[in-house]
Design a protein around this ligand. Structure first.
Ligand code: PDD
Length: 289
């Protein structure tokens, strides 16, 4: 059995804790790297094509050149060698190691590529599935290109820490105009009068892979969707609220800033959550599980 999390660092397979990153790596100096987190169900990478398409876009926007086919192959191999059935794949590509300059390093600087596979002990949010999650609102302190999945996540970390100190599972972020963008590692949906509300994509949020799936599932379940952001004025009076994300899946929010939302996880949230798990089951069955 492989020692977990199992990593592949630039083509070499080894336990994650044994990976050594050169100190001049630009991810260390500048957060100059992009990443993806992919869920593993039944030993297979869920929605991997969508994740690799987003990784490709992030790399292109950051002008980091790597061979994605090689990363996909390493990901598949590391997953197989790990033996992980229920877990998480983390992929990070940095611009590489070079003497510290703010402008990009010379051509020929080789990106560093990490793939790692870790195991999840069941559902990390199991304790919140029946009650729903409590969240706080928090100022959105992040940079202006949140659509690029970079490891520059200090604004997210500060808000997540504030949530933790308040005994909450997540912080939802308020931009200067009072609209709610997303969570620190999740996208945000509301339900009002039977309609789903969520922020449209753009530079202000990460286009979540789970978010897109939920939009497709909503269409199938004939739940109307309006892509308009929730605001600090209307968030407390929606009928239902939920978060989406790779590890979070679909998680009901039942309290915002100490104020109750609905009466436990709402019916549309529960319906979409059930269709999410059906979609996973169908996909696993189609692969012979
Ligand atoms: N986070 N918004 C932000 C800021 C995120 O970091 C994430 C994912 C999401 C949800 O996206 P997706 O459905 O593609 O996971 C939204 C990952 C899980 C992380 O940082 O670990």
């Amino acid at each position: 059995m492989a020692r977990l999390p199992l990593a592949n660092w630039n083509g070499e397979e080894l336990p994650l804790e044994d990976v050594l990153v050169p100190v001049q790596d630009r991810a260390f100096f500048f957060g100059d790297a992009v990443y993806e987190a992919i869920r593993v169900y039944g030993g297979r990478a869920w929605l991997s094509q969508e994740h690799f398409a987003r990784l490709s876009r992030s790399l292109e926007l950051m002008r980091i050149e790597v061979d994605l086919a090689v990363i996909e192959q390493r990901t598949q191999e590391t997953l197989e060698h790990s033996g992980v059935e229920n877990g998480l794949i983390y992929i990070q590509v940095t611009r590489g190691a070079a003497p510290r300059t703010h402008y990009f390093p010379p051509e020929g600087t080789v990106p560093n590529v990490l793939v790692s596979v870790s195991e999840l002990d069941g559902d990390p949010y199991a304790h919140l599935r029946t009650s729903g999650a409590k969240v706080i609102t928090h100022e959105d302190l992040r940079w202006a290109r949140r659509d690029i999945k970079t490891v520059n996540l200090l604004g997210n970390c500060m808000a997540a820490q504030a949530a933790r100190e308040a005994g909450c599972a997540e912080a939802i972020l308020i931009s200067a105009d009072g609209s709610l963008t997303e969570g620190t590692h999740t996208n945000l949906f509301g339900v009002s009068n039977g309609q789903l509300l969520t922020s449209p994509t753009g530079h202000h949020i990460l286009p979540g892979i789970t978010r897109s799936l939920v939009l497709r599932l909503a269409e199938r379940a004939q739940v109307p969707v309006i892509e308009r952001p929730l605001t600090i004025e209307n968030v407390y009076s929606v009928d239902e609220l939920f978060l989406t994300g790779t590890t979070t899946e679909i998680l009901a929010v039942t309290e915002v800033d100490g104020r109750a939302i609905g009466n436990g996880p709402g019916p549309i949230t529960q319906r979409l959550s059930a269709t999410y798990h059906e979609a996973v089951r169908e996909w696993l069955e189609s692969a012979g599980h």
